[in-house]
Each structure stands twice: as structure tokens, then as C-alpha cells.
Design a protein around this ligand. Sequence first.
Ligand SMILES: NC(=O)c1ccc[n+]([C@@H]2O[C@H](COP(=O)([O-])OP(=O)(O)OC[C@H]3O[C@@H](n4cnc5c(N)ncnc54)[C@H](O)[C@@H]3O)[C@@H](O)[C@H]2O)c1
Length: 358
Amino acid sequence: MHIIQSSGHQLELGSILESSFQEKLHEFKDAKKILFADQHTSEACVSYLLSQFDELAEAEVIVIPAGEESKTVEIAENIWEVLSEYHVTRHDLLINVGGGMITDMGGFIASCYKRGIDFINIPTSLLGMVDASIGGKTGVNLGHFKNQVGVFSQPITVYIDPLFLSTLPEEEWMSGYAELLKHGLISDRSLYERVLVQMEEPMGLGIELLKDGIEVKNKIVILDPFEKGDRKKLNFGHTFGHVIEGFHMGRDGVSHGWAVAIGMVFESYLSYKRGLLEHTDYLRIESDFLVWYDIPSFSDEDIQQMVEWLINDKKNSSGKIQCCLLEEIGKCSYDHEISQNEAVEVFLHFKNQQINLN
Ligand SMILES: NC(=O)c1ccc[n+]([C@@H]2O[C@H](COP(=O)([O-])OP(=O)(O)OC[C@H]3O[C@@H](n4cnc5c(N)ncnc54)[C@H](O)[C@@H]3O)[C@@H](O)[C@H]2O)c1
């Protein structure tokens, strides 16, 4: 078992059967325990937990439809009502079992219900394990705007058991690898190279690479929990990525990781155009990424719409578009202001390389 200290709590990486989970359930033996999952993680992962932990025999299970479309204020409100119907109090426990959609939303639901109840994250997707379940960002989307409503709030423990990955669909592995590649690009060239090699055999991911990916995120969020400085580097690829994800939400299902992967290619291009990134490094990134992630389709009107959304991104200040840029593979800087014209130029450059998903 790898125990990793995070901000006031532990991340436990290894079999959940050998973790402190059972002990934790004992600590909450008189409390109500609510498992929160989507329909896929309920079938694949909640059923396993129920079969392994007698302490969960009386637990309630709340299941919502899978997918980013469920990450809404309306569904959060329905769940608060259900928690009320179950007479959940401040002393009870919410256990989030799922990918980033569930841990983001469950963390938000727990943090606002009765001004905050304890929650545990059990990430079940690769993306959730290396990124979303760590760092205390919780929230829901507002229309097409990603994570527009939320709070910083830490789980009491995160249990990361690679066993859950055995049922993860292949495309979701690639989504998780996008965030792992990001961890390499922003902080560690050798990690980037290792992730690329591993992607040739995606489902063979070993615990060491998983741990190294988790540690990149964890170290950054411990030093800057509220994103005043260095944590902004984790947003590399997300300025463009979030609008691409929001734009395709409910249409042709571009996953978060895929959208961020394309966002990283766009922001690497911008880094090169700004003279920050060597051309050779840019070409390397473009070719590495486009082997795995196709550019989704967009028309001239779509570009106009997406640039308007870029201005509304919550990472911006005073209506200016802000972006992280790469200086080399393994080094990133933040708070770069980009103009609308530059944003349009980036979209137009890639419009010709797009592949229609439909
Ligand atoms: N809080 C943060 O710091 C942070 C960071 C990155 C991403 N995010 C958020 O995370 C979300 C994306 O996370 P995601 O990629 O995990 O998406 P997701 O939670 O929607 O999961 C993707 C799909 O995989 C399925 N799935 C997950 N685990 C499974 C398993 N073990 N077996 C079978 N199916 C499984 C889900 O049911 C879903 O259909 C986005 O909402 C994004 O905004 C948050």
C-alpha cells in the first residue's frame, strides 16, 4: 500500500481491501453511509464494495446517469432532496464511487449539504485516479460552462485501487492518459516519455507510473491549494479544452480528457507562435498527440461561438482570455493573456486538420 500525504488527508494507493477503508467505516459505524455512483460505476464498482464490506450492508446507494450531462445543479438539487428524505445529518458520510464526474459532483453535494458533511473519494477511472479525485476542486457545470459552480473542499480520504480499472472502457483509458501526459508536459519530460511508451499498451499500466502521475498533481496542490499561483499550471490545455468539451457536450460526446488533449495541442501551438516553445518541441507534441486524439470538427460559426465562451472561462480575469503556455517539454508558465485574434487564429489553423466524429 502506498500512503501519500495530501492536504490534511491521505491518498491510499493499492487494494482497497488492504487499505484503511474498513477502519474508516468502523469510525462511522453509527453514521448513515451513502454511496454515490453513476450507472456504470454502480454496476462495476459499488457492487464489489457491497460484496466486500459488511459495514456497507445498510448503506443507501444513489445512482445517476453516466456522463458529463449529469453534472448539473438540477441533479445536485435532486440529490440534496434525497439526502434530506434519508434524514442524512452532518455526522453522516458520503462515499463517491466513480470517475471525475462523480467525485467532482459528490464532493460538491457533500460540501454544501447542511454546510458540509464528510466524504470519501473512491476514483474508478484513470482520469479520476491521477487527477480529479485529488486536490479538493468540486463542482458542477452551468449549461456549457464547465465547473462554473463549486467549492474547494477536501475528502477525508481518497482510496485509489487499480483493480477498478479492469472494467474501464478503452476510450476512457485514453482520456486518463491525456491528464497523465499533461502532468509530464508541465513538470517532467521523463514522465511524459514514460507515459507515451505506456500508451502503446494502455491497460498494462503499472502502479509506479500511476503513483508518479498522482504525485505530480498532489505536490502541486499541497503547495497551492487555492490556485493562487503554481497550481494554475494544471490548467494547461484546459482553456481551449473546456470550450471544446462544453461545445461538444450532448452532441458527439468528446470526453474531458480528449478535449484537454486537443486543448494541449492548441496551447502548445500558441506557445510556439509566441516564441516560447521551440518548433521541434511543438512538432513532437503535435505528432505524439494526434496519433491518439483526433481533432473534433468545427465550422467558422462554431469558432465564433467558442471564442465567446473562451472569454467567459472562469480562469480569466477582467474579460481577458488567460492561458498556460509551454516553454519546453516539462516546463510550463501561466497567466498569459491571449487576444481574441490569436484564439481565432489557433482554431483556424487546426480547422483544416479536423476529423469529423460523426
Ligand atoms: N476536480 C478536479 O481537479 C478535476 C480534474 C480533472 C477533471 N475533472 C472532472 O472530471 C470529469 C471527467 O472525469 P472522467 O474522465 O473520469 O469522466 P466520468 O466520471 O464521466 O467517467 C467516464 C466514463 O467512464 C465510466 N467509468 C468510470 N469508471 C469506470 C469503471 N471502473 N468501470 C466502468 N466504467 C467506468 C463512467 O461511468 C463514465 O461513463 C470532468 O467532469 C472533469 O471536469 C476534475
